[in-house]
Ligand binder design. Sequence first.
Ligand code: SF4
Length: 203
Amino acid sequence: MQDISYRLDNHLYLNLTNRCTNACVFCVRYKAREFQGKYRLWLESEPTFEEIMKAINDPCQYTEIVFCGYGEPLIRLETVKQVAAAIKKAGPTRVRVDTNGHANLFYDRNILPELKGLVDFVSVSLNAQNSEVYDSICNSFFGRAAYAAVIDFIKEAKKYIPLVEATVVGLPQMINIDEAKKIADELGVPFRVRPYYEDEYVG
Ligand code: SF4
């Protein structure tokens, strides 16, 4: 059994993949088999478009539908685009993507124009104030190239997506949160500190 979606208040979260191009030290995928003790987010198989739409049912019952994890949703870019288009066709529900910002590295092209008109809000995990700290806590498959790619992803996202934010996890012992906020300020995007939970997904 697996959960490809879960509801929190009026928001529906979609779990498309467990794959990720980071291995963050704070990622709950390595700690908890279940989210909030009840959602089985480790997938036996990645859901199809049809399975995702069935899980959503009527998109208009939610104020927001979020592509997130256990994993990096843009690894399934074509499915994200297909589902987002169906949500947009159904009505005004906001579409958000929570991402590590590696997609342009992963695909070796700028994928952000492809999300224009489909995604309203991109929340990018900046995660650190510089590439050294990022590398030490995110263990990216892309090594030292990852942090610069995240910065570039945020800059590109601003051109195509109405709302873009940068976030870090609330771990001041690992991350200089004030310095990270300065980076977000320089990029001209809102900054948010994500709560750190010992046993919850924080990607
Ligand atoms: S926290 Fe997010 S970006 Fe980091 S390894 Fe987990 S899913 Fe990937």
